[in-house]
Structure formats: C-alpha cells, structure tokens
Design a protein around this ligand. Structure first.
Ligand SMILES: Cc1cc2nc3c(=O)[nH]c(=O)nc-3n(C[C@H](O)[C@H](O)[C@H](O)COP(=O)(O)OP(=O)(O)OC[C@H]3O[C@@H](n4cnc5c(N)ncnc54)[C@H](O)[C@@H]3O)c2cc1C
Length: 461
C-alpha cells in the first residue's frame, strides 16, 4: 500500500518549470499536487515572446550551452535528460504544434502562448495531477533532515514527502514570481546568490539618448567593456529609449554585466558600419563628401546615418554643422570615421526587475545535485527553473532551462516510503523519459513535411 502522505509530491509554482515537474513526477507514478498562487497556470508564459512564447531553440547541444550565461555545466544532466527535441515532441504529442523561425527559435504554430499551457493542462489532467489555484505556499516543513509538507498562507497544511520548488525568479512580479522560493530556500539553510535583473535595458549617462528615443539601429555591432575587459560583443539590432538603450543586443549585453555594483564603469561601443573597415568607411565618406561638396556639412550626412542620428553625430564630431563640406578638414573627416566605428555610451545602470526578462542569481547550484535537482541539504526537496542560479540569453534558452530542470526534478522524485539511498545519489528515474524518448531519426520522420512547421503527434505519450 502506498503511503499517500510520504509519497505525495507537492510542486510549488505552476509556471513552465512547475508544470513540467508535475507532469514528470506524475508520469513517475507519484500522486502530485501542483500549487499555484495565481488564478491560472503559466501566467508568465502568456507574455513570453510577446504573447507567442518562444518555447525553445532548435539548436544543437554545443550552441545551446554557448547561450547559457550562468552555470552552464550544472545544466548538462538536465539537458541530457530532457533536451529541446524532447520538449518539441512532448508539446506536439499534447496538441501544441510548433514552427521554427529565424535563429532556430521555436514557437507554437498558432502564435499563441496559451497553447503551450493548454498542452500541459491536458497532460496534467490525464495523469491525475491535482492542480490547486489561488494556493500560495508560505512555508516548507521539514523534520530537520527531510521534507514533511508545506503550509499555505491560509494556514492549511499539506503533508508531502517531496517538495519541488519552482517559484521562478524576481522579474515581472505581477506574474507571481516574487522571490518566495528564495526565502523558503534560505529558511531551509540554502544559500541564495545575489539576484540582479538580466536581459534588461540599460540606462546611460548621455541625456541626448532621449532625443533618439524610438530610433532602432539594425545590423550594428555592439561591444561592452569594463575597463580593459571585454564583457560582450554582438551583432544585430538595438533601440534608443528615453533613459538609454534597449533591444536584443543590449538585453544580451546586460546579462554579461553580471553583479558588478558599479555598472557605470561599463562602456558600450557601437560600430555603426561593421561591414566596412575604417579605411573603407573613410573612402565611402570621402565619396559622399565629393558628391555634396558645396552643401553644408549638416545636410550631407543623409546617406550615412538615419535622420534622427544626424544631429547627434554632428554634435559629437565637433565639426561645425554650417561649414561647407569642401571645407571639412581631413582630420575632421577622420574624426567622423572614428566616431562612426566607435560610437560610445557610458552605462549608468540597469533598469529594474519590472523590465527584466530574467533574474540572474538564485538558489546556489552548489547545494543542489545536478543529476537529480535534489537539495544536498534536505532530503525530498528539489528545485527547478528560474528559482535556481541559472540563466541564458534570449532565443528560447530560458524556457528550455525551465523544461529541462523541471523534467529532471519531477522524474527524479523517489517514493519516500521506500528506502532511499544517501542524499547525494545520482540515478534518476527514466520512466517518463523512456516513454517519450525518440531518436534523431524518428524525430525527423515525425515532423511534418510542411514548411517550417513541426509535425503532428497523437495527444498522448
Ligand atoms: C516579458 C518576458 C518574456 C519572455 N519571453 C521568453 C521567451 O520567449 N522564451 C524564453 O525562453 N523565455 C522567455 N522569458 C523567460 C521565461 O518566461 C522564464 O525563464 C520562465 O518563465 C521561468 O519559468 P519558471 O517556471 O521557473 O518560473 P515562472 O514562470 O516565473 O513561474 C513561477 C510560478 O510560481 C508561482 N509561485 C511563486 N511563488 C509561489 C508560492 N509561494 N506559492 C505558489 N505559487 C507560487 C508564480 O505565481 C508563478 O506562476 C520571458 C520572460 C519575460 C518576463
């Protein structure tokens, strides 16, 4: 006979990681209760990918890890246990068909993030997971060594031998991720590393950014340095805002600022013409100047820069705007070339958690077993998703962290009523995995021949 209390697995948090953990634990034969404080599951998922939810990235393993910023090695086992291909398979088999877009980003074919949550809801229902909404957990109970249950904010107690904490980080707190998991982990003796916003816009010292508000620069190269140290270099798109800069390049750069307290020592250098060497650019400017030699300098830059940027370039070049182009000296032209190749901005700081896509920092991975996601301190306590000190770049990598760690935590839970090996054990159940394991070959076969659309599966696993 199953000892229900001890065998019961409670998952705290019905976001991406929690839904996946509950699905995997239920598939592992455990009675599962999924507790979510919001009125619905997956509240943050609804706003991901601008409502389209970039569920994962279809890249190969090596590229996946290149896109993980904090503690990539800790993720090896989790990604091995449940990688991007398995996630695609799982979603399609549960009715959420997928498509792949630029940069190997994978989205629901419908462009509706709600389809992802619906797929999980179907699966959880089929596997008998008890989903309790409006159920905020206040405290995790232990007997000092192992888990005994949880206490909700209304005072009710749910006995359990396993608790999986999947409460998310601190960003976009209106979605429910308010750091409860960090507090609960600390109360149980876990170290929580400093948390800072990441994938977040940056504030700059230059107040003329305001003038450029709304200007988007495409195909530029951005380098971020701190003293002599290069922290980030990327190519793509960025945007000026009233406080500084944003857009994909800047968000990625922000993740490499790390936990530096003095963000203002960081400098952003934009190469506005990365396809041209300095010499090529100088020739190009010379050509433009030849064609416009009798115009005023301020009216000769339309071919080089977007209209909004011209006045700032003139100001920063120090060249008299009223000057005729043929009067611009070689030295001045040289300055303009250099400015175009290295347009700098001084970073003052990051925007806050309310604008951050992700939280950097969280439950220290040093105290969590990477092969099971179980705490090394308390038996039966597991962590999954953004609550952990793990984060990646944009492109579906953060959700894949949630799916992989959620799966590994859920599939690792053991029957607490049976004898269990010591805490730092490594084996994990493969039952759920074995049912949805598929080879690269049959993955291709299962994928629809329809262009850019992933294949349809049955609605079970
Ligand atoms: C605007 C935005 C867009 C994004 N777009 C993408 C994207 O397209 N692709 C991508 O890969 N990543 C994206 N991300 C990041 C991604 O959403 C997160 O990495 C991911 O949701 C983390 O999942 P999680 O389950 O760990 O945490 P969350 O999704 O935050 O879920 C945690 C859940 O726990 C619940 N909870 C918290 N405390 C308690 C408690 N005490 N009791 C009960 N329940 C509790 C919360 O209500 C919440 O539902 C985006 C993030 C934002 C903010």
């Amino acid at each position: 006979m199953m000892n229900i209390d001890k065998d019961q697995a409670v998952v705290i948090g019905g976001g991406a990681a929690g839904m996946m953990a509950a699905a995997a634990a239920a598939e592992n034969g455990r009675p599962v209760i999924l507790l979510e404080k919001n009125e619905k599951l997956g509240k943050k998922l609804y706003i991901t990918g601008k409502g389209r939810c970039n569920v994962t990235n279809a890249c190969e393993r090596d590229k996946f890890f290149e896109n993980i910023v904090s503690n990539p090695k800790f993720l090896y086992s989790a990604f091995h246990a449940f990688d991007n291909k398995r996630l695609e398979m799982f979603l399609e088999e549960n009715g959420c068909y997928l498509k792949e877009e630029r940069g190997e980003r994978v989205f629901p074919a419908s462009d509706h993030a709600s389809d992802v949550t619906a797929a999980f809801e179907r699966f959880l229902r089929k596997r008998g997971v008890q989903v309790r909404l409006h159920s905020a957990v206040r405290e995790i109970k232990t007997d000092g060594e192992k888990i005994t249950g949880v206490i909700l904010v209304d005072g009710s107690v749910i006995p359990a031998g396993t608790v999986i904490v999947a409460t998310g980080g601190l960003s976009y707190q209106s979605t429910g991720s308010t750091g409860d998991g960090h507090r609960m982990a600390r109360e149980l003796g876990h170290k929580v590393t400093d948390c800072v916003p990441a994938l977040v816009p940056l504030e700059t010292e230059e107040d003329w950014c305001k003038k450029l508000q709304g200007l988007s620069l495409k195909n530029v190269s951005l380098t971020m340095t701190c003293g002599k140290k290069k922290l980030y270099q990327g190519f793509g798109e960025m945007l000026f805002t009233h406080y500084g800069v944003s857009g994909p390049l800047v968000l990625s750069a922000s993740s490499y600022l790390g936990k530096r307290k003095v963000a203002d020592v960081a400098v952003l250098t934009i190469d506005l013409k990365p396809a041209l060497s300095e010499e090529q650019l100088d020739k190009r400017i010379l050509r433009d100047f030849e064609e416009n030699r009798n115009r005023q300098f301020k009216n000769a830059l339309g071919g080089l820069y977007p209209a909004k940027l011209i006045s700032v370039m003139i100001e920063r070049s120090g060249i008299d705007p009223e000057k005729k182009v043929h009067e611009v000296t070689k030295q001045e032209r040289r300055r303009l070339t250099e400015l175009t190749k290295a347009f700098t901005l001084q970073v003052r700081g990051k925007r806050g958690f309310e604008e951050a896509v992700i939280t950097q920092g969280g439950v220290s991975v040093k105290e969590v077993n990477p092969s099971t996601m179980e705490s090394k301190r308390i038996r039966g306590l597991y962590f999954a998703g953004e609550v952990l000190d793990l984060d990646g770049l944009t492109g579906g990598f953060n959700l894949q962290i949630a799916w992989s760690t959620g799966y590994l935590a859920g599939s690792s839970v053991k029957s607490a009523s049976k004898d269990v090996p010591p805490l730092d054990r490594t084996p994990r159940s493969t039952r759920f995995a074995s049912q949805i394991t598929f080879t690269q070959e049959n993955a291709k076969v299962r994928h629809s021949p329809q262009k850019n659309q992933k294949g349809r599966g049955s609605d079970g696993i």
